[in-house]
Design a protein around this ligand. Structure first.
Ligand SMILES: [Zn+2]
Length: 78
């Protein structure tokens, strides 16, 4: 199921709280129950990166969805 094929941070500015910004990679917290555009359920955090390779730290095993866009990759962690 795919509800939309792109995700624009600018369209959801007020629903996201920015936690980190290291240039090409940005981390946001979902503070308004925003739905993941990939699976349609609310996500907890969103990571957006323009880097070609990204390493993820160990986590609690939460599932996540990935949306590949022309200029960046967006990871939605549930
Ligand atoms: Zn999802």
């Amino acid at each position: 199921m795919c509800m939309t094929d792109t995700f624009e941070i600018h369209d959801h500015r007020h629903e996201l709280k920015q936690l980190r910004d290291s240039g090409d990679t940005k981390l946001f917290e979902n503070r308004d129950g925003l739905s993941c555009p990939v699976c349609g359920t609310a996500f907890r955090r969103l990571l957006m990166t323009a880097n070609q390779a990204v390493q993820f730290p160990e986590n609690d095993g939460s599932r996540f969805c990935i949306l590949r866009q022309p200029t960046e990759i967006v990871v939605f962690r549930h």
